[in-house]
Write a protein that binds this ligand. Structure first.
Ligand code: HEM
Length: 500
């Protein structure tokens, strides 16, 4: 019998529960292990922040995650490594097919990345967060005695505080899944309405996911002496669970051409400021202030806190023809807010017909689009100086400052969550019946086999008269990336155990 237990927050890294929004300064250190013994000694005592809620908000936080190369540098046994997911072991840039699916071709290709490409894969990322003015001293505290012996800094990624606005100028971080921390969600059969509550096991390894199953992760025999520190696997009690309370962290450095974005839109809008705002909102799927382009629902959506996130209280049910929000708008691609079956009544025959694909034609037809299996917990930070649309448009020469997002997301299954979302929704040229276009913001505009042009964007319009923009330049370029394992606190102690 499965032993259902409450989540031990002290064993979970804080970033899974908190976004550390009040810690407005952050920097991400990409490290390679120089000396395994010194690295283990540092890791064993590193002051990692946990998911325990404190009575007073913390002034600083520290989080740590490892790539496959990092775990190998710590000499984790091959049989333990084999328990990690195939995509984590292969790495974000480890396979040409993966790169193609993720859109990492052309100027996005790993060969041209600053880090994460061949020969530049970090072993670990150390994520530092602090209240304003405290980051430098926090970094000094963290880099205790063994640090220099232990690590070599491959890159140090600064961030900037743009007050919750991403570099193109849109409010970000509005929509997040509500994690079922209390494990109250009961999943029986198909879900017929879109909801925002997502099973804990979609984000934390060692708990049931949206299929009611435990995602694969390394389970260790008790004969492994160091494993006694690990929790028991809930589903296989005779094994120790290295994954429990951990997650996979996807990191991508996405550089944004802010000037190019606004100059292109301004030109399309023939320098009309209202039209410019409308076009930009149409590409994102929200206005710059974050208002969705479809009406707020009257009926509550389970898991949406209407007081804290009123602008998240919507689905695309009221806009099945894409008249208000373009099908290809970034937020609609990133979360089409679908249930498991196309719309229809709850009657048995209606459900059977829809399951067999005979339902009404509409955006819900694509049964694989059940969004509950493809949610991400986003924890990114911006970098570079802010630049207003007006200043961006005025710019005549190239913008030499670097702007972008250090895109960070957490998920228990990289392939079903991040990779599906990135490859099948954002980068797909066939998403929702569209052709010749991929994500309005992120598309790499490269030709692919069977689709010579991907640089268009179909606008929302009740009668279709607003048509299509063509010749979209590439606005976002990938500058680095890697897949990391973010261990629970006991798992980190296991990884830091002496292995000679
Ligand atoms: C430079 C790159 C990007 C920019 C400028 C950007 C911008 C935005 C903005 C403005 C929003 C609306 C605010 C919100 O709902 O929280 C948003 C939402 C979202 N983005 Fe992105 N984004 C970027 C990259 C990505 C990537 C790489 C992914 C995933 C692979 C992604 C996934 C999402 C998701 C899941 C949402 C929430 C959609 C919803 O639930 O309605 N974004 N993004």
């Amino acid at each position: 019998m499965t032993n259902i237990s409450a989540v031990d927050y002290a064993d979970v890294q804080g970033i899974i529960r908190f976004g550390y929004a009040r810690l407005t300064e952050a920097s991400f250190l990409l490290l390679r292990i120089r000396d395994a013994a010194a690295a283990r000694a540092w890791l064993a005592t590193a002051p990692i922040s946990t998911a325990v809620a404190l009575t007073q908000a913390p002034a600083t936080a520290l989080q740590i995650a490892f790539t496959r190369e990092g775990l190998e540098a710590l000499k984790i046994a091959d049989e333990v490594m084999a328990g990690f997911s195939a995509e984590f072991l292969s790495g974000m840039a480890g396979d040409d097919n993966r790169s193609r699916r993720l859109g990492d071709v052309g100027t996005n290709s790993p060969e041209s990345w600053k880090w994460g490409g061949p020969g530049y894969v970090p072993h670990l990322v150390v994520m530092l967060y602090a209240q304003e003015g405290r980051l430098d001293s926090w970094a000094q505290t963290v880099k205790a005695s063994d640090w220099d012996t232990a690590f070599e800094v491959l890159d140090s990624l600064p961030t900037s505080n743009l007050d919750g606005i991403e570099p193109f100028g849109f409010t970000d971080g509005i929509s997040q899944p509500t994690i079922d921390w209390k494990r109250e969600r009961e999943i029986h059969g198909d879900q017929l309405e879109y909801g925002n509550v997502v099973a804990l096991g979609e984000f934390l390894l060692g708990y049931p996911n949206e299929y009611g199953k435990y995602t694969d992760r390394p389970l260790l025999d008790e004969t492994d002496a160091a494993s006694s520190i690990l929790p028991e696997a809930e589903d296989v009690p005779e094994k120790r669970d290295l994954g429990r309370n951990g997650s996979y962290l996807v990191f991508r450095q996405l550089q944004q051409d802010v000037s190019g974005f606004w100059r292109f839109i301004n030109q399309q809008a023939q320098s009309n400021p209202q039209e410019r705002q409308k076009l930009a909102a149409s590409m994102v799927g929200r206005t710059q202030e974050g208002t969705p382009l479809v009406p707020i629902c009257d009926a509550p959506i389970p898991g949406v806190n209407t007081r804290e996130a009123p602008m998240n209280q919507f689905t695309y049910d009221a806009d099945q023809s894409g008249a208000r929000c373009a099908f290809g708008a970034h937020v609609r691609r990133a979360n089409p807010r679908n249930a498991d079956l196309p719309r229809g009544s709850n009657g048995l025959i209606s459900r059977l017909l829809r399951t067999l694909g005979f339902g009404t034609k509409g955006y819900r037809d694509d049964v694989i689009a059940s969004t509950r299996f493809h949610r991400l917990l986003r924890r990114g930070r911006e970098y570079g100086p802010g630049l207003s649309p007006e200043d961006a448009i005025e710019m005549t020469g190239p913008d030499t400052s670097q702007h972008g997002i250090h895109f960070v997301c957490l998920n228990a299954n990289i392939s079903r969550q991040f990779e599906f979302l990135q490859g099948s929704w954002l980068m797909s040229t066939k998403f929702d019946g569209l052709t010749e276009e991929s994500d309005s913001l992120l598309g790499n505009r490269q030709s692919i086999s069977g689709c010579l042009r991907t640089d268009t964007f179909s606008l929302a319009g009740a009668t279709g008269v607003r048509g299509r923009m063509v010749g979209l330049p590439q606005f976002v370029t990938v500058r680095g990336g890697a897949y990391f394992f973010l261990p629970g606190i006991r798992a980190l102690k296991y990884l830091a155990a002496d292995r000679g």
